[in-house]
Write a protein that binds this ligand. Structure first.
Ligand code: XBP
Ligand code: MG
Length: 268
């Protein structure tokens, strides 16, 4: 249960991170390009432009995204069995291509990600991951960016295989809370997209929205904090002055205020 209004709230005990778009620009510059690698490797003329991928991003999950695109194409298999088999093979190849791209250091972490992780850790908070992508994809990104023992720094890792009901469904966040043995008001999520914000909010967790390239002007409704990246100025619901960047003590403060006086205003 959340603390009663007006009661002092303890600092958050965990910071739960989304992966794609939040830790790095992996959608536009990683998965999209790896899907195109897979189309080329299978001799298919299809390519997803930056704009087309943006449309498809409303569908969470790479396999689900492929199936949506195939269903809209005249030149894809018409019957479900062959279409599913093609999507599965393309998805498998996409993940292999993605691993190659990540190993080549194609993508670096977004500004402020490592700093905020360290600040939370130094303050005694736990870190966790709650993502729609597969564990192998997270591993490919973070091994290159944080080193081979990156997972030692996280108390819980929840990926596609753990939570088949994809964002905006709250399953991945509900499971993360269970794994951490915490209640929703004891954690903060970091997300880059409306689907991600909706997922965390549906699990009862307050959210920092760090807008990624595809969501530069998305609706921030439901978010506690919104910023263009974690080292950029940030505004918080119900707090008149922007902060120069998202720092852990400030985040604890706005979270505490939110718990004491739940949402009356909405961020734009
Ligand atoms: C984003 C997703 C994923 C990736 C592709 O997840 O929706 O589907 O685009 O990865 P999040 P897969 O923002 O929650 O990290 O191909 O493994 O699905
Ligand atoms: Mg994301």
């Amino acid at each position: 249960m959340a603390p009663s209004h007006g009661a002092p709230a303890a600092p958050p005990r965990a910071l739960i991170w989304d992966v794609d778009g939040t830790l790095a620009e992996t959608e536009r510059d990683g998965h999209r390009m790896a899907f195109n690698d897979a189309f080329a490797a299978m001799g298919l003329p299809w390519r997803w432009s930056v704009a087309r991928y943006g449309e498809l991003l409303g569908t969470s999950g790479g396999l689900e995204r492929l199936l949506r695109d195939l269903a809209e194409r005249d030149d894809a298999p018409r019957t479900l069995g062959p279409r599913l088999a093609l999507a599965r093979e393309l998805h498998r190849r996409k993940n292999a291509a993605y691993a190659h791209r990540m190993a080549a250091d194609a993508i670096t972490l977004r500004p402020g990600v490592q700093r905020l992780m360290q600040e939370a850790r130094d303050a005694g908070a736990l870190l966790a991951i709650a993502t729609t992508t597969g564990r192998a994809n997270v591993d490919a990104l973070l091994t290159r960016q944080l080193g081979a023992s990156w997972s030692d720094g996280f108390a819980a890792l929840l990926c596609a295989a753990d939570a088949p009901l994809k964002k905006p469904h709250p399953q991945v966040y509900t499971l993360a809370l269970q794994r951490l043995a915490l209640r929703a008001h004891e954690a903060i999520a970091v997300e880059d997209s409306p689907n991600g914000v909706a997922s965390a909010r549906a699990a009862g967790i307050e959210v920092v929205l760090t807008r990624s390239a595809y969501f530069e002007s998305c609706d921030a409704a439901g978010a506690l904090v919104v910023c263009n990246h974690l080292d950029a100025p940030a505004v918080a619901r119900g707090v008149p002055r922007a902060a120069p960047r998202v720092q852990w003590p400030w985040l604890c403060d706005v979270h505490r205020r939110a718990l004491r006086a739940p949402a009356t205003a909405t961020l734009q």
